[in-house]
Design a protein around this ligand. Structure first.
Ligand SMILES: Nc1nc2c(ncn2[C@@H]2O[C@H](COP(=O)(O)OP(=O)(O)OP(=O)(O)O)[C@@H](O)[C@H]2O)c(=O)[nH]1
Ligand SMILES: [Mg+2]
Length: 401
């Protein structure tokens, strides 16, 4: 196999002083809801309270920067602080090297890895002024190779982690997978593979959980799927399917189930992006994984992260997955929507309480809304790839027999 980087200059040295941040790496198969989730984390409309659109995490005192690492998407749905398309786009790689979309995607990730200093500099720019407690959400393409066997994304994240970026992987799987035992086992295997590949704090999420009301009667309740309990029960269901295959397929299914159970690593949180309680629950789970709640704000060594602590303390009720199943049944949805608006109002009040206490204790100004610097992609240099480390596309031909 030819090397991608032979005879190429090394990436220029990294700056001694650099920003750091907390955050999330959002992964998952195509269409799992990654970009929608990134947008939802950034912004949740609360028109019911003051007629303004507010940013969800900013409302928790957390100015979020969303980073787009999908080179195929030049116009993501969220306000984008940094985009890989400032550096390289899928289309230009396809045109330049005659690659298909998959090969071009891998090339773009390798290119970003080689030019990691560009990413770091851009992060420095957008995180300037956050005192090390900035918060980033990284949106990624849906191509499974990127988090199952291709190393560039992993290397990029590892470099960031070495530079004090405290990140957790949030791996989304469309809840539709639970409707079919073979899809579900495949999804659990993919989630497990992502955990083993990325080697970082990892939260698996069943996304679009609000759609389960339309799935009809499930053979097991939702908790069975979120806890990945006793998959042996699924084996019989698998064997009963018309396309079950023969003895060999049965053995393969048994081996896969055994593998998943041996690792005993996978469990799922649930998510409905427009459900604020669901989002709040996930924020808390992720905060625990990254350690965000224990970190002082503004670089101070004495102040706890009041916003995160208060929003944790203000937790309205235990988030029970059986409740999730109940509330998304067709007949309960309206009542639940009203309930969650009330919960959001409480959350909002808790945030103001936290700010007032913090202000009184430290004599500091509460953060202003809308002061997150959003980068306009139009600012990108005309020829962003000039002066960058150039790499040749990989030649996979000798890997294919
Ligand atoms: N009902 C429901 N639909 C959702 C939710 N999240 C995302 N969707 C829908 O799912 C579809 C795919 O969402 P995206 O955010 O584009 O998915 P993605 O993972 O970024 O897709 P790729 O970037 O192509 O891999 C869109 O039509 C969304 O509106 C959710 O929580 N509930
Ligand atoms: Mg997307």
């Amino acid at each position: 196999m030819s090397s991608t980087t032979e005879d190429q200059p090394m990436t220029s040295s990294l700056p001694e002083h650099h920003a750091s941040a907390f955050g999330q790496l959002v992964t998952g198969p195509p269409g799992a809801g990654k970009s929608t989730y990134c947008h939802g984390m950034y912004q949740v409309s609360i028109e019911a309270f003051d007629g303004a659109n507010r940013q969800f995490l900013t409302a928790l005192g957390r100015p979020v920067k969303v980073i787009n690492l999908d080179p195929a998407v030049t116009d993501p749905p969220y306000p984008c602080a940094v985009s890989i398309t400032e550096l390289i786009t899928l289309q230009e790689v396809m045109d330049e090297y005659g690659l298909g979309p998959n090969g071009a995607m891998l090339y773009c990730m390798e290119y970003l890895e080689e030019n990691f200093d560009w990413l770091l500099n851009r992060l420095d720019e957008v995180l300037a002024g956050e005192g090390g407690n900035g918060y980033i959400i990284i949106d990624t393409p849906g191509q499974a190779e990127l988090w199952t066997n291709h190393d560039s994304l992993k290397h990029i994240i590892q470099k960031l982690q070495k530079l004090d970026y405290r990140l957790a992987a949030v791996h989304l799987t469309d809840a539709h997978a639970i409707t079919d035992p073979s899809k579900y086992i495949a999804a659990v295997l993919l989630a497990l593979r992502a955990m083993l590949q990325l080697e970082m704090p990892h939260i698996n999420v069943l996304s679009k959980i609000d759609t389960i009301g339309g799935f009809g009667e499930l053979p097991f309740n939702l908790e069975y799927y979120t806890q990945v309990q006793d998959l042996g029960y699924l084996l019989q269901t698998l064997q009963d399917q018309p396309r079950a295959g023969g003895k060999k397929m049965k053995k393969l299914n048994e081996a896969m189930v055994e593998l998943i159970e041996d690792f005993s690593l996978v469990g799922f949180e649930t998510l409905a992006v427009e459900d604020k309680q669901s989002m709040m629950h996930l924020v808390r789970v992720i905060d625990k994984a990254t350690g965000y709640i224990f970190v002082p704000l503004d670089g101070s060594t004495t102040d706890d992260n009041m916003h995160a602590l208060f929003s944790t303390a203000a937790r309205p009720m235990d988030y029970d997955v059986n409740d999730v199943q109940e509330r998304y049944s067709a007949e309960n949805k309206e009542a639940y929507d009203k309930f969650q608006e009330e919960q959001w109002e409480k959350e909002w009040a808790a945030r103001h309480q936290a700010e007032a206490i913090k202000k009184a204790m430290l004599g500091q100004q509460a953060p202003q809304e809308g002061d997150a610097a959003e980068h306009d992609n139009a600012d990108a240099q005309e020829n962003p790839r000039s002066g960058r480390v150039q790499i040749r596309p990989r030649d996979f031909s000798d890997e294919i027999d």
